[in-house]
Ligand binder design. Structure first.
Ligand code: HEM
Length: 259
């Protein structure tokens, strides 16, 4: 069998696929969070960043397709591996405690995974497609446009110039979290995603063979701290809107930019 056949056609290959796609998705969610945390800075930052990403054109589409492929392979491999391990056990417990633990963790991974997927579909409709965006934002031209007050740089290169008209993603996010139920839904979803990452990263290190007697405890501490930091960073954004720490700047229809 060739490499692709081995990866897709054997249990160990599917475990490797789970690990590699998991790593890609972890990389994405961390990068996405770092970008989103710019919401706490001047609106030029998040708006310049979002405009820069959108201006990447074909490169952005390649990254989007890559992510989609990673999500599909991750879900497929998880489903096949779960069915296989159920079939291999054939109802014969190999130790009740281990069996209960295995069943609980795969169930918990399945449910947290399903909720994260449902969240993602809502999230794309919310911020990327804008179909569930607040009516005020959708219908008021002045709310959507933002005039950059300073240049936006990436790696020292000016990628968006001061004076450019860009989409006001900063305001879109702040208005998007105004409804209490939406902000709470996001906090719950990123909480479940953090739990999913907690177990996922443990399994990843297991697959890589790093969870040996020497490293197991340090890795567990690292994974727990990383997931807690991810949760705090992600929940902080809807949380700050919920508590009034971040407020959309009021705009009169004739004023397009933030002061
Ligand atoms: C508080 C948490 C989050 C905030 C504030 C946030 C914010 C945003 C915003 C503003 C966009 C649209 C950017 C644009 O079109 O210019 C976006 C897109 C996106 N977000 Fe999030 N996000 C959050 C959490 C997440 C999580 C947890 C995931 C993954 C599970 C995620 C996955 C995505 C994806 C896949 C896109 C589409 C990217 C693209 O258009 O190529 N986001 N997010």
């Amino acid at each position: 069998m060739n490499l692709v056949g081995n990866l897709f056609g054997s249990s160990i290959g599917r475990k490797i696929l789970m690990a590699v796609t998991g790593l890609i998705l972890i990389g994405f969610v961390i990068g996405h969070l770092v970008g989103n945390l710019q919401v706490f800075s001047h609106p030029d930052k998040l708006n310049g960043y979002a405009h820069f990403l959108r201006s990447l054109g074909p490169a952005l589409w390649i990254a989007r397709i890559g992510l989609l492929v990673a999500v599909v392979i991750h879900i497929w491999a998880a489903t096949v591996l779960t069915l296989e391990s159920k079939r291999a056990r054939g109802g014969e417990p190999y130790g009740v405690k281990t069996w209960i633990q295995a069943t609980l963790s795969s169930r918990y991974m399945r449910w947290t995974g399903v909720v994260v997927l449902a969240f993602l579909l809502y999230h794309l409709a919310h911020f990327t497609l804008g179909v569930v965006q607040s009516d005020t934002f959708k219908e008021t031209e002045a709310l959507r446009h933002y005039k950059m007050t300073a240049d936006y740089h990436v790696l020292g290169f000016t990628v968006v110039r001061a004076g450019s008209e860009v989409l006001d993603v900063h305001r879109m996010v702040l208005l998007g979290f105004q409804p209490l139920v939406v902000a709470i839904f996001y906090i719950i979803a990123v909480g479940l995603l953090s739990l999913h990452l907690l177990h996922g990263m443990d399994s990843l290190f297991q697959t890589l063979g790093w969870r040996n007697a020497r490293w197991a405890r340090s890795l567990r501490t690292f994974v727990m701290l990383a997931c807690a930091a991810y949760f705090i960073g992600s929940a902080a954004i809807p949380g700050a809107v919920l508590t009034g720490l971040l407020k959309p700047v009021p705009v009169t229809p004739s004023v397009a930019a933030h002061p």
